[in-house]
Design a protein around this ligand. Sequence first.
Ligand code: SAM
Length: 394
Amino acid sequence: MDPGEEHTRFIEWAQLNGVDINGIAPAKFKDRGMGIVAASDIKKGDQIVHVRNTSLITVAQQAIQALKFPSKISIQARLATYLALHYADEAFQHRPWRDVWPSQDEFTSILPLHWSRKLQDLLPHAANVLLTAQRSKLERDYVDIHAIHPSIPKTLFTYTWLIVNTRTFYWDYPDLPNAHPRLPRKRQQLTADDCYAMCPFIDYFNHSEKGCEPKADAKGYSFTADRAYKAGEEVYISYGSHSNDFLLVEYGFILDTNGCDSLTLDHLILPQLSSEQAGILKEDGYYGSYTLSSMTPTICHRTQAVVRLLTLPSRRYTAFVSGTDEGVGNQGKVNEYVIGLLAKYERQIMKTIEEVEELKVGGEVKTAQKDTLLRRWKQVRSMVKTSIDALSSW
Ligand SMILES: C[S@@+](CC[C@H](N)C(=O)[O-])C[C@H]1O[C@@H](n2cnc3c(N)ncnc32)[C@H](O)[C@@H]1O
């Protein structure tokens, strides 16, 4: 599909502003906004795009440093504030780039943060936990920024904050000595959040589990083809090894096939623990983060441990977590307990699926939101089923 005039303008601007584009072009897709396609055949190892480091938006940029943020302000909040302050500025140096970002309306439809309460309550447990954390992070950032820039409306800040959230890349300030003035100040160590960078053009790439390879060096940021591509094929990058609940909350989509997908079982297991058992697990570092994955083994080591504490004499649990007993002798009992837990969860999932199916589209419920919820719950059901089968045939 022809991406439209604003994209043509942006590409011209990008090429004049330190972006080298080789054999790829932006294209519009039906279900995921813009993306990148091969404009001609590409060979594995070809460098397909390079962005000069001076074209990135990072907190090291002078215009952002000039805003003199107090050190407690997060990097995401600084970038969002910079974008918000220039949002209505016709002369903003990044204006052609800004013009190709998704609109607020598009975010409203895809990002769970903007969904109605009713739909949010129907998200799987792990997605809900992530959404709560995201909401608190946004609230904290907005309170901090409102104190110093009260003129920025919350709706605008939320929009630019989400633009930063969905369109930044990891940039590790290569070659710069620790005390370099271009590094964020007053931080003992750079964290991943400190290294956010917005990269013109590269933020057109959609995500897939496997994608083109990133490289950051003193000159800039680039991507190299991970395999050969035929002209017209979509070219992806990987945003990281993320579960579908994470992709949904942070980016507003889920993958149909995702080898990194998993479910947490915390909401099923934690309520079963006595306070004494909870204390033991906390002390041993085994409290929470019990995951079920679509890969074998289907339950993680932490789940193996907690279920041993719940079902066996405590010495068996101790032997398992200390590594003196691999626990094979008790695996049948552990599996039986997990199967019971999952069978109960499967019944709850069926009810939730029915509830989602009955949602009437219109008003607060959009077709895309209902479809995504339904697809996600069907994936959850399938992972639970696969696990029950795998554990039953052990
Ligand atoms: C870095 S941007 C990529 C470009 C974006 N599609 C656009 O229209 O500008 C990230 C956003 O793209 C979309 N996206 C990325 N990968 C996707 C995928 N595999 N399927 C559906 N949507 C995807 C999501 O909306 C995500 O928040």
